[in-house]
Design a protein around this ligand. Structure first.
Ligand SMILES: NC(=O)c1ccc[n+]([C@@H]2O[C@H](COP(=O)([O-])OP(=O)(O)OC[C@H]3O[C@@H](n4cnc5c(N)ncnc54)[C@H](OP(=O)(O)O)[C@@H]3O)[C@@H](O)[C@H]2O)c1
Length: 311
């Protein structure tokens, strides 16, 4: 797969590897095999957080495993690490206050065995902390060289915009990447999301990101294997004709549904109304992961993109 250069200058693979369960439900051996394969395939963009996966263990597992892997492979300079701050660990510590950002950044650097984070995300908004405080705390990390770029995840679009306007007014670093739940299938926007931060991306948000040339890192984009098995389509997603269109085209092209969903997302920016989308997916199985990555190299004609997009 070939790297893409984002407006902020980062050169990243067109797909991002989600390491959320690495070191907890995905063993060290399996995690290393998937990480090694990702590098072999030309991937470099890896996603983790300061709290993965606290609901299984302590929340240190994913970053610790990645730090050990980068050390063992001597590959820190070959990868782009995105990590996050702002969600709780076992119900404690959520927020984007100055001391929280400073503390958790140092913790992430320690666990990742590195002295810089390529992309540091606010994992979710913190309406109880003045935005200026969060902006200044992030800016201080950028000035110290601990953090290179900033992103926002699970934000309302208007709050993300407000962050960026305020940051620019203050001469500080804006969010240049947005990470949200997004997939090929549409979410039922008439239903409440399971969690407030789980809201899927709607058309207006897509147009905003397209206009600002801000990439959308699309998490949970393979919907737990739904593109291989319709019975796994989450109840708050719409399957129907759109699902059948994807699955039938995948059969015709001799590729898996997951790979074609990845391909559609990688090519979505060719269609009006879509920003650059970077599918962010994970797997505990090497064969699944390699197949999903193959989607980045599937060539889709304009006609195929139109059929898939308009289905
Ligand atoms: N910003 C946020 O708030 C946020 C929230 C959630 C996740 N994330 C990030 O997004 C990453 C991915 O999220 P996710 O795990 O929720 O979503 P995902 O990657 O879309 O789904 C992973 C699940 O899909 C299954 N799967 C993947 N490929 C498959 C295939 N080819 N065939 C059958 N099953 C397949 C996996 O099963 P197998 O293991 O059996 O392959 C696993 O159960 C995380 O690692 C994390 O980095 C961010």
């Amino acid at each position: 797969m070939n790297n893409i250069t984002l407006k902020n200058g980062l050169s990243v693979s067109p797909v991002c590897l989600g390491a959320m369960m690495f070191g907890s439900t995905t063993s060290k051996e399996d995690s290393y095999a998937i990480l090694d394969a990702f590098l072999d395939l030309g991937g470099n963009f890896i996603d983790t957080s300061n709290n993965y996966a606290h609901w299984i263990g302590t929340g240190d597992e994913s970053e610790t495993l990645l730090g050990q892997w980068m050390h063992d492979r001597g590959c820190r300079d070959k990868v782009i690490i995105g990590t996050k701050v702002g969600f709780d660990r076992k119900g404690i510590g959520a927020g984007l206050k100055k001391e929280q950002i400073e503390y958790w950044c140092d913790e992430s650097l320690r666990k990742l065995q590195t002295d810089y984070i390529d992309l540091y995300y606010a994992h979710t908004d913190d309406a109880d902390t003045p935005m200026e405080e969060t902006i200044e705390a992030f800016e201080s990390l950028v000035k110290k060289g601990k953090v290179r770029h900033l992103g926002g995840s699970n934000y309302d679009t208007w709050r993300f915009t407000e962050f960026n306007f305020t940051a620019r007014d203050k001469g500080c670093t804006p969010y240049t990447v947005m990470q949200q739940r997004f997939s090929y299938l549409d979410c039922r926007l008439d239903l409440k999301p399971n969690y407030i931060f789980n809201e899927n991306v709607g058309r207006e948000r897509l147009r905003y990101l397209e206009d600002k040339d801000i990439p959308l890192v699309a998490y949970s984009c393979l919907l737990r294997g739904a593109y291989e098995d319709a019975s796994r389509i989450p109840s708050n997603y719409i399957g129907g004709a759109r699902y059948d269109t994807l699955v039938n085209m995948a059969k015709e092209k001799g590729v898996s549904g997951s790979a074609l969903a990845v391909a559609w997302m990688c090519n979505a920016h060719r269609m009006k109304g879509f920003p650059r989308v970077i599918p962010l997916f994970s797997s505990s199985k090497l064969n699944h992961f390699i197949d999903n990555c193959s989607g980045a190299d599937i060539v889709l004609t304009d006609e195929e993109m139109t059929i898939l997009t308009n289905a």
